[in-house]
Ligand binder design. Structure first.
Ligand SMILES: [Zn+2]
Length: 368
């Protein structure tokens, strides 16, 4: 099993400014010991840091992947077209909102799509990576508001819904009438895609998928032309379709797909956390459709198998960093995850999402 290391250098608006020397030492220590195939790094920037990471990766024969967010925490939010929630401002999900830079922008906006390319050019000038690793290329889940499940309610997105025969007001009324997401339960699953008995919800799911798939397709074309590989950070297979990530369609478009198999994270993208935000009825429905509790490690193999042949592209991500109260990895989890990945034919795992915050004792658990 090979590994890819993920190094968080902070967000755009909250750069953690790790010391380049400390990053180099940690990366070297891991590259000396493990079969490291790549290093994903980003997106807060500090002079000299990217150069140090790129040089270290190449010295060990590993690929360097620039990590960039697409539809949340963008570099210039003031210039972006925001995502307009269908819900009211008072409606809250389970995430703590104040001070968090996790506001989504409209995934259907041309301007927002182009902004990523501008950010890439600016951020990698003079330090071009081997690949770009796209994060937050999705719709919001329910963690900030259950109504976010309906996607973007901006004028253009509403018009798009109407053209597809979906009445945004009917969707909104549906959420308000019954108990929110409890009225949005899929009744079957095919190829990782959820299907809904309600035609509005079915059409909405299709639209979310096609907008995200088209965005990934467009970026793949653009970056492949430059000779740059494209990777994507995606939700675990059982949660991906709910945020518009159609993994079966995305796999052929990209060079690396990292499902976030975060069973121990109580923050966005963490499986137990996301399930809590969707609520019991939806969580139970997903368990019934998958035939297993998707919030438990034991479901990892089944979730990965649903993606079919890995084609050398599926590299499951497991948490390695320790953030008290939010993310507490353990050796049992690592071993279980490695076994599940191996059993499904994956040859690489991503040690997520920040090796700088991993403790030595946990890193020692990773052996080959
Ligand atoms: Zn919109």
């Amino acid at each position: 099993m090979n590994v890819i290391l993920q190094v968080s250098t902070g967000l755009f608006h909250h750069c953690t400014e790790p010391d380049p020397e400390a990053v180099r030492k940690r990366l070297e220590a891991l590259c000396d010991r493990l079969p490291v195939r790549g290093i994903i790094y980003g997106w807060g920037k500090r002079t000299g840091l990217y150069e140090t990471i790129l040089e270290t990766a190449h010295r060990y024969g590993a690929e360097a992947w620039m990590w960039l967010p697409v539809f949340a925490d963008v570099r210039a939010p003031e210039a972006a077209e925001p995502m307009i929630s269908f819900g009211s401002a008072s409606e809250r999900g389970i995430a703590a909102c104040p001070g968090e830079e996790f506001r989504f922008i409209c995934p259907g906006s041309r301007r927002n799509l182009d902004a990523l390319i501008e950010t890439y050019e600016k951020w990698t000038a003079g330090c071009e990576p081997d690949g770009v690793f796209l994060d937050r290329i999705r719709y919001p889940s329910a963690v900030y508001s259950p109504t976010d499940f309906l996607g973007c309610g901006c004028e253009a997105c509403r018009a798009r819904l109407q053209q597809a025969g979906i009445d945004p007001q009917r969707l909104q009324a549906r959420m308000a009438r019954k108990k929110g997401l409890d009225s949005c339960l899929p009744d079957r699953m095919e190829n990782g895609r959820y299907h809904y008995p309600d035609p509005d919800l079915e059409g909405l799911a299709q639209m979310k998928r096609s907008i995200i798939t088209d965005s990934v397709g467009e970026y793949s074309q653009t970056f492949h032309k430059k000779g740059i590989k494209v990777g994507i950070d995606v939700f675990a297979p059982a949660l991906a379709d709910l945020v518009g990530q159609d993994l079966a369609a995305l796999l052929p478009l990209t060079d690396l797909v990292k499902p976030m198999m975060y069973f121990r994270t109580l923050a966005p993208a963490g499986i137990p956390y996301e399930l809590e935000a969707y609520g019991q009825p939806l969580a139970k429905r997903l368990a019934a459709l998958w035939g297993t509790e998707i919030g438990e490690d034991a479901s990892m193999e089944r979730q990965l198998r649903s993606l079919g042949d890995s084609q050398g592209k599926i590299c499951p991500g497991i948490e390695i960093n320790r953030i008290p109260g939010i993310c507490e990895p353990d050796g049992k989890g690592f071993r279980q995850a490695f076994r599940a990945a191996e059993a499904t034919g994956c040859d690489t795992m991503v040690l997520s999402w920040n090796v700088m915050k991993a403790r030595e004792e946990e890193l020692r658990e990773i052996e080959f």
